[in-house]
Design a protein around this ligand. Structure first.
Ligand code: PRX
Length: 648
């Protein structure tokens, strides 16, 4: 890294002691191989950041030239009504043109777009041309059912090709998809359908998960029959061979309405700022927020970040283990990979079933080159030890990625050593449903540090600030904020612009508030510590629960840990850790003392954990995030609140 960039990214030197002192071990850099540097699209990280920073609009205008437009923009960025920023104003386009249509004119059309695999073993392959035809058929069917531009279509599907087909068919018609993760309860689904006012719901009769059949249709029936008046039709994919009750006049089989469809549907050319989708995400209140993304800015942001961060090559076989029901799936399972024209894996099932090496076996069998996953999965695999991955040839892998939560250095190093075999850089990508695209992330040529998402993507200005929006010194914790607009940013919250302003722009002046805490180290690297509401204040010291968890899991006896803050009469708050032990370790008072000491040694004296409890399980969302809120409510004897996202 050049000195100039170090200085600008870190905000200058600071002698004050802060959290960085505990990270001495992590100041070690991991450098990319010469071959990686040689073949990378972006060869100089500093230079890319410097160029984009000097003229962000020019940077994104150049990125937009990568894509097809019916009419180009008149203005790259309109900030006259900020924070309701508009990108590529005056443009006419449709993300569908870029995800599928334009590939029909090139050799990409004969490439495999999607390899889908079901837990039970069923494999289906679709070329770009086949996928294009399937989308066209479904778009024609939707059109006949009255779906037109601006209508909302709710989607409650597992990770199967029909999910991609549905989302793309909506986009093609200019309709707005609202995908609800197919693990949400019927009440959560109902509330999301009602908020969006969806006319139609697309689901599957059932899904496979850990050897069990999950009846999705039943959940949809309950949701729709319970005060859900806007739904006119329910379209059902026969995904599992089992009896399904269909309601006359309302329910239609996906296959029946598509198989004989001959109509060639014209792609609706929309205004670049027209909405593409609504995606609900949890906020601080119990009512989920409908995050709105448009066509133009979203496609430019996702396309550029995906191609640069994963340094895509034509023959890449890419696997993102997320689900299309989350933003990771929207941006980097559906739209990003298809726009890039690569081969994409969609796996319906869990990665450790029927055997705990399923994920590694699949990587070997499909010759996967890029694996993008979550720290929770890495830790789960770590728990099974080195043997399962060592049974397989993982040599095709050339890049790894992480998303969703801070990756603790221990898991990072295991992922790097055992899975990446010390040759695959790990792209720790920090971003959110709201940002639509990667925001803080390395590029493959970056020097990495285990556990840091490194620095903002070129053009993005991020900072750690206090409540007043003032930058805090290097090494000190604060709120993670974004200082300038970016193309894939949310446009607003669905039918709630006031909440958009209040949640993201009014809490801290002049910046976009991410809701996360973190700090920047002396090299300008960002260390994200978790959500602001998961940050404790112990004796006036701010400390992230994620940080203590990271410390706990770096102990040899610990697989996973959840930490909460409890009210304390003298210290304000005290920390309690819930710990899952590795096989071969027994709970004991000695071990509790050893863990407390280990945390103190790892993080410093401010990180005192008063209590440790050994547990067999932690409450988690289906996407694998620990629900500390549930731990805390149980511990304090408070109501559990909304637990519809709880896995078990
Ligand atoms: O707290 C951050 C965490 O996940 C939050 C966003 O969650 P969601 O909107 O569900 O999107 C998840 C996938 C993009 C962030 O506010 N988060 C996400 N990625 C990281 C992360 N925390 C640390 N490091 C990351 N790489």
């Amino acid at each position: 890294m050049t000195d100039k960039n170090k200085q600008s990214a870190s905000g200058g030197e600071n002698k004050e002691e802060g959290l960085t002192e505990v990270l001495t071990e992590e100041t070690k850099f991991y450098y990319p191989s010469a071959a990686m540097k040689e073949n990378a699209t972006v060869k100089d990280w500093d230079e890319a950041i410097h160029v984009a920073e000097s003229d962000p609009e020019a940077f994104w205008a150049e990125a937009a030239e990568d894509l097809e437009w019916a009419e180009k923009w008149k203005k790259v960025l309109d900030d006259s009504k900020k924070p309701f920023y508009k990108w590529f104003v005056g443009s006419k386009c449709n993300i569908f043109q870029n995800a599928l249509e334009r590939h029909q004119k090139t050799a990409v059309k004969d490439k495999i777009a999607i390899i889908s695999e079901q837990e039970g073993g069923r494999i289906q392959k679709l070329t770009y041309s086949e996928l294009y035809q399937e989308v066209n058929k479904f778009a024609a069917a939707l059109k006949k059912l009255g779906i037109t531009k601006g209508d909302r279509v709710a989607v409650y599907l597992p990770n199967i090709p029909e999910t991609a087909i549905t989302m793309l068919a909506c986009a093609k018609l200019g309709a707005i998809h609202s995908v609800v993760y197919a693990g949400f309860s019927y009440l959560a689904l109902r509330d999301r359908i009602n908020d969006a006012g969806a006319k139609l719901l697309v689901t599957a009769n059932a899904s496979q998960r850990r050897g069990k059949i999950v009846n999705l249709k039943k959940t949809c029936d309950k949701a729709v029959e319970e005060d859900c008046l806007s739904i006119e039709y329910m379209i059902v994919v026969k995904n599992v061979d089992q009896e399904t009750i269909m309601k006359e006049g309302r329910d239609l089989w996906f296959k029946n309405i598509t198989q004989n469809e001959k109509e060639n549907v014209e792609t609706e050319i929309v205004d670049g700022n027209d909405p593409l989708f609504v995606l609900y995400t949890s906020g601080t209140t119990s009512k989920p927020k409908g995050v709105v993304h448009d066509h133009a800015g979203y496609m430019v942001g996702v396309n550029r970040t995906f191609k640069w961060v994963f340094d895509l090559k034509e023959d890449d076989v890419y696997w993102c283990t997320a689900d299309p029901g989350w933003i990771t799936g929207h941006s980097y399972i559906i739209y990003g990979p298809l726009m890039a024209g690569i081969t994409n894996i969609m796996y319906e099932g869990v990665p450790d079933y029927p055997e705990n090496d399923r994920i590694w076996e699949m990587i070997e069998r499909h010759k996967i080159t890029i694996l993008y996953t979550a720290p929770t999965l890495v830790r789960l695999m770590m728990k099974y030890g080195d043997e399962p991955p060592k049974k397989h040839n993982l040599a095709t892998l050339r890049l790894l990625g992480s998303v969703g939560e801070p990756i603790n250095p221990e898991a990072w190093r295991w992922f790097y050593r055992v899975i990446g075999q010390e040759k695959c850089p790990i792209m720790d990508t920090w971003w959110q449903t709201e940002t639509g695209m990667f925001m803080i992330t390395p590029l493959p040529v970056a020097a990495l540090k285990a556990g840091s998402a490194t620095r903002p993507f070129p053009s993005i200005k991020a900072s750690i600030v206090d409540k007043k929006g003032q930058r805090v010194p290097v090494g000190k914790g604060g709120f993670l904020a974004i200082n300038n607009p970016w193309p894939a940013m949310l446009n607003t919250l669905w039918r709630n612009p006031e909440r958009y302003l209040e949640t993201y722009w009014e809490k801290i002046p002049n910046v976009y508030t991410t809701g996360d805490m973190g700090f920047v180290d002396k090299d300008g690297y960002f260390w994200i510590q978790g959500r602001a509401d998961d940050v404790m204040n112990i004796s006036g010291h701010r400390i992230g629960t994620a940080e203590i968890e990271s410390a706990l899991v770096s102990h040899e006896a610990v697989v996973e840990a959840g930490v909460i803050g409890k009210p304390h009469p003298i210290k304000g708050e005290s920390a309690k850790g819930f710990v899952i032990l590795k096989k071969g370790f027994e709970p004991s008072d000695e071990l509790i003392d050893a863990l407390k000491k280990h945390i103190r040694n790892t993080l410093g004296p401010i990180a005192i954990v008063d209590e440790v409890e050994f547990v067999d399980k932690l409450p988690k969302t289906r996407s694998g995030k620990i629900m500390r809120r549930v731990l805390k409510a149980k511990e304090l004897g408070l109501p559990l609140g909304d637990i519809s996202t709880l896995e078990d």
